[in-house]
Write a protein that binds this ligand. Sequence first.
Ligand code: ATP
Length: 361
Amino acid sequence: MAKYQIEVIPGDGIGPEITQAAIAVLDECEARYGLNFSYRFHDFSADLYRRTGRKITAEDMNEIGKSHAVLFGAMGLPDVRGPEGLELGAQVEMRAHYELTASLRPVRRFPGIETPVKAENIDMLVIRETSEGMFAGLHDQHEPSDTFASDRMTITRQGCEKLFDIAFSQARARRKRGTPGHVTLLHKSNALRSNVLMEKVFDEVAAQHPDIETAKYYIDLGSMYMVTNPEKFDVVVSENIFGDILSEIAAGLVGGLGIAPSADVSMTHGVFQPSHGSAPDIAGQGIANPTAMMLSAAMMLEWLGERHDDEHCTKAAHDIQAAVEKALADESTRTRDLGGTAGTQDVVDAVINALTTVAAA
Ligand code: ATP
């Protein structure tokens, strides 16, 4: 029986509740698919920092990085800030430490879920670059000032090559289940020097993948197309801050952040967490939608399945996705963010119940 060591960081706000929900689904998968997960929990959070000043260190990340994967709830509280006035989390640190260059944020329209657009066939993967771009200067020397502050956008050839390699291989992998095999770059090369380089490298990498079609739009026009014609997108790739914003537009198209998973991955490390934040406004009320976190856990299983050539993991991942779809089709299991009245536990029960039917099919 395959054994996987999973490091769990529930974090702040709704993080702990949705993490517990995802683990309940993973527990169900253990028996059903012959898998074995061993969890180690870590209490890193903005709340811990507020109480003790303790935050995640390089040594912590070295230790955590020895495991098979990291399951991450959500971190950050609006009133807990570091010395530079920025919200405190561990995501940025882990991306840098493990060299996780790409954040994969898939969105798909689920039957029955109300959405703000008419398009039926929304199935796209937004890939956000996470190691440079507009966040490149995060650790630059900085003199606190009340009159001047700046950030910088830096793009490197190496960063772009890694990013686009992932984008093209994802387009090819997705094509196996029926998507067109298409990559769109959204950029701002008409106004930003960094994006001129990004576009140039994109063209070079695209030329090495003649089987994958491509398109390029300026980020402003592309953002409009995302709303007016989302069906034209398959894989969408962009720099750090554009990708951050785009992935939330994409989530909004299919019903919101509560159903949008994500994965920060390299060839060796993976951190799996929902696209949304810690949502402190609804924490502790039992009403958070755990779907995005469950789907992130499914992405973790898919990634483990691929890395360890473990078909049980892959099967469990696909069945969780199908079970979530089945559960969401029933109005009575939709949480408030999806226009329903269900609580977090109702969704957990419905997904576990749906797994029984899906796994038997
Ligand atoms: P961050 O910057 O950390 O990503 P954010 O500022 O985008 O966070 P979120 O914490 O993601 O904010 O929350 C945005 C809104 O979406 C809030 O009103 C929150 O209640 C809602 N929301 C986010 N996640 C969920 C969820 N899983 N279930 C229900 N509502 C959610």
